[in-house]
Design a protein around this ligand. Structure first.
Ligand code: ACO
Ligand code: ZN
Length: 226
């Protein structure tokens, strides 16, 4: 979409240029019929997916002034697993993941951050793993631009070939675009560490992120160093 926007010459019209919808967060060009159509298609479906009506049984694993974190297990009632799946689909859609199936669905734990406006604004899927390969530091920027560009675009982070012990794999982490940089991902991850394995607190080293996006990598780097 961004490429399209750049072709539009701002002639001073009221609605020209990119608009961010203040409820669904989609960035679109309001005067472009195709864009408007896409937004209309997306808007209600998205808001329905993240709407939280309250459940008969909620496994509250953390509470904050601006929301709470619920844990959904694979054997939970349908209303809970269905919501977890809906939100995961929204996240996958944004991450560009094609298939919605998890590698070990029977062992996956889904953490949902519910805000005070009853919306699911964060989702984290954690699965038990045995080992992981550490993502190595990016090679120096100045070396070879084309190679760097290639790596950036293909998300081909260099991984170590030495497996390290890890216990918990984060296969998805997503925060609603309009709720980012409010420590929601940080708080979800802190909660995973204290609740993922019964009776033990996981260290940051025992958590591994699978195939991080650029956003995910910036977040993970910050999180692991603090
Ligand atoms: N750019 C730079 N630094 C960042 C960014 C970013 N986009 N996001 C987080 N950080 C760093 C910051 O230092 C931040 O602290 P600050 O806000 O005080 O500066 C710190 O990480 C903590 O960030 P949070 O507020 O806890 O993170 P947030 O709730 O915004 O969620 C997330 C981060 C999940 C990556 C969000 O941006 C997102 O959903 N992005 C789109 C989906 C995505 O790419 N998910 C990761 C996929 S990888 C995977 O699933 C395994
Ligand atoms: Zn919208």
């Amino acid at each position: 979409k961004q490429d399209d926007d750049q072709l539009i010459i701002d002639a001073g019209q009221k609605q020209f240029g990119a608009t961010t919808c203040s409820s669904c967060g989609m960035v679109y060009s309001a005067d472009n019929p195709e864009d408007n159509f896409q937004h209309n298609q997306f808007h209600q479906r998205f808001l329905d997916s993240i709407k939280f009506v309250g459940w008969k049984k909620e496994r509250v694993v953390a509470e904050f002034w601006d929301g709470k974190i619920l844990l959904v297990m694979p054997d939970d009632p349908k209303y809970a697993t269905k919501k977890a799946e809906d939100v995961r689909r929204v996240a996958d859609n944004e991450l560009g993941f094609q298939q919605v199936t998890l590698s070990r669905p029977t062992q996956a734990k889904t953490y949902l951050f519910i805000n005070t406006e009853r919306m699911v604004v964060g989702c984290l899927v954690a699965e038990p793993i045995r080992q992981a390969y550490r993502v190595l530091e990016q090679p120096d920027r100045h070396k070879d631009m084309t190679k760097d560009d290639f790596m950036e675009r293909h998300r081909a982070w260099c991984c170590s070939t030495i497996p390290e012990q890890a216990l918990c794999g984060v296969s998805r982490i997503w925060v609603f675009s309009l709720a980012r940089r409010q420590s929601i991902a940080t708080r979800m991850l802190d909660t995973v560490r204290s609740t993922f394995m019964y009776g033990s607190h996981l260290t940051k080293e025992e958590i591994a992120f699978s195939d991080p996006t650029p956003d995910g990598k910036l977040f993970a780097t910050k999180y692991c160093n603090t």
